[in-house]
Design a protein. Sequence first.
Length: 115
Amino acid sequence: MPTAAPRGSITPGGLPMRLWHLSAIILMLGLVMAIARDPVGCVALIVFVTGLGEVILGTTAIMALFQTIGALGMARGLLQHGQAVAATTFVLVLATGVMSLWLFVGAWLVRAALP
């Protein structure tokens, strides 16, 4: 069970930040900045972050899609079926748009990072 943070803590969730957390964050930031100095490393970081974002967005979209399909199965009347179909369509359109936008922003950043 996590303990409450002391008064004046700046960490979200109320958990205290330990010294090893700060050390790990500084180490990771140093590693990322060292990799980003080289153009190949910069492109690799952009591709990694873009891919990670696509995985997160895709997983979120699939979970939302399962909820809307579940609502379609639980619907009892014509109005509820229409709402479930509309929600499913909205999730599909929104997820496709957001994931495409994220991919195109990543591709634009790769193109901008190349000399």
